[in-house]
Design a protein around this ligand. Structure first.
Ligand code: SAT
Ligand code: MN
Length: 604
């Protein structure tokens, strides 16, 4: 097939010709020292984690079995939205919320960057499957990468290796995901602990269902099954095929009467999605089990209900602030080991620590910058976007159906953001279209999950702003159409929540975390027709009397303030929504314009 001899390139573990020829093409372009097909075995994990320890990328933890600490290059710590591109053929299809470049031009630029970019390194071919392996139509992908850190992270985050490759047959469709650190090694050149390149590109080619990533080794920039495939590319597939690919957790809520509801909830990155996904209810008799903390793929079942599947196999959660109070289940999950920790602090006895884990910080740590750290350091020991990466399978409260290709029928969709003012603790939409309006106008203060200023209010529609793989106006229309084509009684009910409203002295009005179970309870009682609410211009909002507040340790005035609808604040919101809609332009669905006009009328 080729004149080039690269060890490992002549392997043919599959008879999928398109895959084999793509692997050849990439190897010839990137010139690695060898090619290795990832098999996903425990042996492979051991071999690669050992290699990463020898390279200084990983430090094995003495206090957690089979777990490792890593610190990234200080410039490679979060998703790079400025460097993320949707290279659709027509710029119109990327829309006003994405960066666009002509696909041919982007390919030329990136091909130059990839030329020889794996020199001195191993090229790994990772066959993977997003969602259950035994799905009727498995959602396949192959990531080619020169990063061992990516391979072992993919072991946790996806179903991968031999068992995934078995589903390729000789012609199954798959997403091509190419990743290079952009850090070739000359003969004899020493490697660094976290290779990457100053130049970064995170590129999606939606029509070709293809991803090219260059220059970063961190999180969603490098683990291409996650945001790049499961949201940016999958949202385009979902539009074409009539389903939804969303930035949502999936949880199972069981009442004391054993009634089950499944809830999907969208929040921007680093707004407590993982905590909500694994919540421990503070109200007696209620139980939460988890199916996923970040992404939901939702398709209509034969019974007309919307069924959700989590495409991922692990949790990639924000570490700081995670402790036995805010997320005891995450703590128990990582305690079992088999986990990776990136950009948190390392303790002297070989464990991890981050801000918020314990009230008293240890007297001495190695910070994420690999420096000696003491509580007097004057800066946090862990990066605010530091992460733990851990398998769902070892989470004690995973729902038994988490790996079921059928998915679970969703009763409610929650949209939420981080807003200090204006947005009440919970609001139920008037109907699907109004719920889509709530999602489309969702706003949140920015967090450390992406590079850039933190704490600025921005519109983050459906918490998908950095993840919609096409025109946001078309995406809203797709949401509207999804509701139109369905039986209204069977559609999930839509709620808008805000755990982050603050009082005048900036304190949080609502204690959040396990107490959010009170809001979940009210929502499912609304669905069952058993809870009251008052109608306001923005939707149905409970009064403090309508929430179960028994045993809540919070002043009633605070709860009332968290639930308050303030017409003036909402009138002040209108120009911001108008500005946002103007940005969407002519593709904004008229039904959403109608919703805005109706809201204005109701606000008077
Ligand atoms: O870096 S990731 O995109 O994987 C995490 C996140 O931002 O939610
Ligand atoms: Mn996320």
């Amino acid at each position: 097939m080729t004149a080039v001899t690269i060890p490992g390139l002549d392997q043919t573990p599959t008879d999928h010709q398109d895959l084999l020829s793509w692997v050849h093409e990439v190897a010839e372009l990137t010139c690695p020292d060898q090619v290795v097909w990832a098999d996903g075995s425990a042996d492979e994990w051991d071999r690669l984690t050992r290699k990463l320890v020898d390279a200084g990328t990983f430090v094995p933890l003495r206090k957690k079995p089979n777990s490792f600490w890593a610190a990234s290059d200080p410039t490679d710590v979060a998703r790079v939205e400025e460097r993320t591109f949707i290279c659709s053929v027509d710029p119109q299809d990327a829309g006003p919320t994405n960066n666009w470049m002509d696909p041919a031009e982007m390919k030329a630029t990136m091909t130059d960057l990839y030329r020889g970019s794996m020199r001195g390194r191993t090229m790994y071919v990772i066959p993977f499957c997003m969602g259950p392996l035994d799905a009727e139509k498995p959602m396949l992908g192959v990531e080619i990468t020169d990063s061992e850190y990516v391979v072992v992270s993919m072991h946790i985050m996806t179903r991968m290796g031999t068992k995934a490759l078995a589903r390729f047959g000789h012609d199954a469709p798959y997403v091509k995901a190419l990743h290079s650190l952009g850090a070739p090694l000359e003969p004899g050149q020493d490697d660094v602990a976290w290779p990457c390149n100053e130049t970064k590109y995170i590129t999606q080619f939606p029509e070709e269902r293809m991803i090219w990533s260059y220059g970063s080794g961190y999180g969603g920039n490098a683990l291409l099954g996650k945001k790049c495939y499961s949201l940016r590319i999958a949202s385009v597939m979902a539009r074409d095929e009539g389903w939804l690919a969303e930035h949502m957790l999936i949880l199972k809520l069981t009442s004391p009467e054993r009634k089950v509801h499944y809830i999907a909830a969208a929040f921007p990155s680093a707004c407590g999605k993982t905590n909500l996904a694994m919540l421990e209810p503070t109200i007696p008799g209620w139980k939460v089990e988890t199916l996923g903390d970040d992404i939901a793929w939702m398709r209509f079942g034969e019974d007309g209900r919307l069924y959700a599947v989590n495409p991922e196999n692990g949790f990639f959660g924000v570490a700081p602030g995670t402790d036995y109070h805010t997320n005891p289940n995450a703590m128990r999950t990582i305690e079992k080991g088999n986990s990776l920790f990136t950009n948190v602090a390392l303790t002297d006895d070989g464990d991890v620590w981050w801000e918020g884990m314990t009230e008293q910080p240890p007297a001495h740590l190695t910070s994420w910058k690999k420096r000696d750290w003491t509580p007097e350091a004057g800066e946090p020991s862990s990066h605010p976007n530091s992460r733990y990466c851990t398998p769902i399978a070892q989470c004690d409260i995973k729902a038994p159906e988490w790996d079921d290709p059928q998915g679970v029928p969703i009763s409610a969709i929650f949209f939420g953001g981080r807003r200090a003012t204006t947005v009440p603790l919970v609001t139920e939409s008037r109907d699907w279209q109004h719920g889509v309006f709530m999602g489309a106008t969702l706003s949140s203060e920015t967090t450390a999950a992406a590079v850039g200023q933190v704490g600025v209010v921005r519109r983050d529609p459906m918490a998908m702003l950095p993840f919609i793989g096409y025109h946001a106006g078309d995406y809203f229309q797709h949401w509207i159409d999804t509701g139109k084509g369905a039986d209204a009684d069977k559609l999930p009910r839509i709620f808008y929540v805000n755990w982050f409203r603050r009082g005048e002295d900036k304190r949080f009005l609502w204690p959040g975390f396990g107490e959010n179970s009170r809001v979940l309870k009210w929502a499912v009682e609304r669905i069952e027709g058993r809870a009251a609410a008052r109608e306001t211009p923005i939707g149905y909002v409970p009064t403090a009397d309508e929430l179960d507040l028994a045993g809540l340790d919070a002043p009633r005035e605070d709860v009332e303030a968290a639930l308050a609808f303030d017409a003036d604040e909402w009138r002040a919101e209108i120009p911001m929504i108008e500005e946002w809609f103007a940005k969407i332009g002519r593709k904004l669905p008229t039904s959403l314009r109608d919703e805005l006009e109706a809201l204005k009328l109701r606000l008077g």
